[in-house]
Design a protein around this ligand. Structure first.
Ligand code: SME
Length: 163
């Protein structure tokens, strides 16, 4: 159950993300409703890893529109090519941004956000359907182990979204 989602922060990052993926798969496998599943995944990630902001934006009528998230109030719509999220969508690739102030066009939903990872969410034809956005209030808080782990979670999210 959600209240037993536990991440041992003393383990390696790779192991923490592997443990998260196992628990999130178990948590969501018997539920078909994507809003319920993705909402719970965001709660697990926010409280398990202590991210500042974690959530999804989904493509609707040529814009990214805010979906289930945990953290401070966020911008509701982002255009293709705008900010880190819109650029990740346009380029169809993960963006790891150690200092958001150096990213051209970064959209500051909260001035407390300092570093960020954005991973595209894709359907089975590899088309982008949205993005998974993870923010930290610390500079340079994400490395390539976070990127790999978050990409694995994005794969699970993609499956939940297109179900
Ligand atoms: N910083 C993002 C916008 C989304 S919020 O951080 C939640 C961007 O530049 O796309």
């Amino acid at each position: 159950m959600a209240d037993s989602f536990i991440i041992d922060r003393s383990k390696s990052k790779a192991q923490q993300y592997a443990d998260a993926l196992t628990q999130l798969t178990f948590l969501t496998e018997d539920e078909q409703d994507w809003v319920a599943n993705v909402s719970n995944v965001m709660a697990c990630l926010k409280y398990g890893f202590g991210f500042f902001w974690v959530g999804v934006y989904l493509i609707k009528e040529s814009e990214l529109v805010l979906g289930p998230f945990q953290g401070p109030v966020a911008c509701t719509r982002i255009k293709k090519g705008r900010g880190v999220c819109g650029t990740s969508w346009e380029q169809n690739k993960t963006l790891l941004v150690p200092d958001v102030d150096t990213f051209p066009g970064h959209i500051a939903c909260s001035s407390d956000s300092k570093s960020e990872v954005v991973v595209p969410l894709r359907d089975k034809h590899n088309h982008v359907i949205g993005v998974f956005d993870i923010d930290s209030e610390r500079l340079n808080d994400f490395d390539t182990d976070d990127q790999k782990g978050l990409e694995a979670i994005a794969h699970l999210l993609s499956k939940l979204l297109v179900n």
